[in-house]
Design a protein around this ligand. Structure first.
Ligand code: GLU
Length: 366
């Protein structure tokens, strides 16, 4: 498979297939696939549903569709079971990230999530993300983990998204109603016709249906992320993927991933401030492909917060050489400009990042 960083979304039906607690049945082949991805030098982030399904039997309820607080309690107890179930299949450590849509909309939290994912991957730890069901209220809820997975793919800058559930792919009609319905191998672009092909889920354990999978595919492919809908109940899906086949429905990326990211940084994000760099920093950033360190910053202008975009300026020529997402506010940056990264902690009392603008969050303008 031609990807470097993949987000794998695993649906509740695969975590708790018998609808009564976690099972290893479908998790084992996924874990094997992840291990093979690691051997091939690829990075993997999991978005796992299933906490409600895993905790269902442990909280009293008298209805197939319990109240939101009851489901939140199920999620709280089930999350532990679900994480333990994942960890038993890996030799490498797993980590838990519980996030909400609100977290991803907030620039500071967005950058915190981005940094955490980056460091976990650098350390060979598997990030396992789920929605923070306890605090997710209606307006904060991503609503389903398909859309959450697309947002995680964006924040982690993945180039591939796999949505695993109990269906083979996208059919022209609901295959449960028409067994002869045709499955689409590829979708060039998500259009209203594509949405029309999808029908809601009939499985009350799962939250999203085909609609949310298409929404996720639309978000991801617009940003250059290839997206597959695959049947995680069929272990040969993984061997086929690894040998370069398409075992489900592939939604094609609308543009090259790197191009989409650069476009987003360059055109969509408005700069709130600027940093003026000395000759050494200009050389490091422009010629050596380095991140921006505090030592090369001579002056700062504008008011900005963590996660805002700033312009990087050559202090001699006045030229804007690059643009990027800043890890510090202008207030903090004023205190640490010109110093060595190792001194940040002593000066500010904390050091969320040794670099001011990470190379991955920067686009060159010259
Ligand atoms: N966060 C929910 C859970 O873990 C699931 C949401 C979804 O399946 O889309 O049970």
């Amino acid at each position: 498979m031609n990807f470097h960083r993949v987000v794998i979304k695993v649906g509740s039906a695969l975590i708790a297939p018998e609808q009564s607690g976690c099972s290893g049945k479908h998790i084992l082949p996924i874990a094997r696939f992840i291990a093979e991805c690691h051997v091939a030098g690829k990075e993997v982030i999991l978005v796992s549903s299933g906490s409600v399904a895993a905790g269902r039997a442990l909280i009293q309820h008298g209805s197939p569709n319990p109240s939101i607080p009851t489901k939140q309690a199920m999620a709280a107890v089930g999350q532990m079971k679900m994480m333990a179930n994942w960890q038993r299949f890996f030799d490498v450590p797993c980590s838990q990230l519980l996030i909400t849509h609100g977290d991803l909309k907030d620039r500071q939290r967005y950058i915190n999530i981005k940094n955490t994912l980056r460091i976990l991957l650098e350390n060979g730890v598997i990030p396992i993300v789920n929605e923070n069901d306890t605090v997710a209220t209606e307006e904060l809820k991503v609503g389903d983990n398909d859309n959450l997975a697309a947002l995680v793919a964006l924040v982690s800058e993945a180039d591939c998204l796999l949505i695993l559930s109990d269906v083979d792919g996208l059919y022209r009609e609901n295959p449960k109603d028409n067994p002869l319905a045709e499955m689409l191998e590829t979708v060039e672009k998500v259009t209203p016709d594509i949405y029309q092909m999808a029908s809601g889920t009939t499985n009350y354990i799962a939250t999203g249906g085909m609609q949310t999978k298409i929404q996720a595919a639309e978000k991801a492919t617009e940003n250059g992320i290839a997206t597959y809908i695959l049947n995680g109940e069929k272990p040969d899906v993984y061997t086929r993927l690894l040998s370069g086949e398409n075992p489900g429905t592939l939604f094609k990326p609308q543009q090259a991933h790197v191009k989409a990211k650069k476009h987003w940084l360059k055109h969509t994000l408005k700069s709130n401030g600027e940093v003026h760099l000395d000759a050494g920093a200009i050389k490091a950033v422009c010629e050596k492909g380095a991140s921006l360190l505090p030592s090369g910053i001579k002056a700062i202008a504008g008011t900005f917060n963590v996660g805002d975009t700033i312009n990087l300026i050559n202090s001699e020529s006045g030229e804007v050489v690059a643009k990027g997402i800043c890890q510090y506010s202008d207030r903090d940056l004023n205190k640490i400009k010109g110093v060595n990264s190792n001194e940040i902690d002593t000066i500010l009392g904390y050091c969320p990042s040794k670099v001011i603008v990470h190379r991955d969050d920067m686009v060159m303008l010259t």
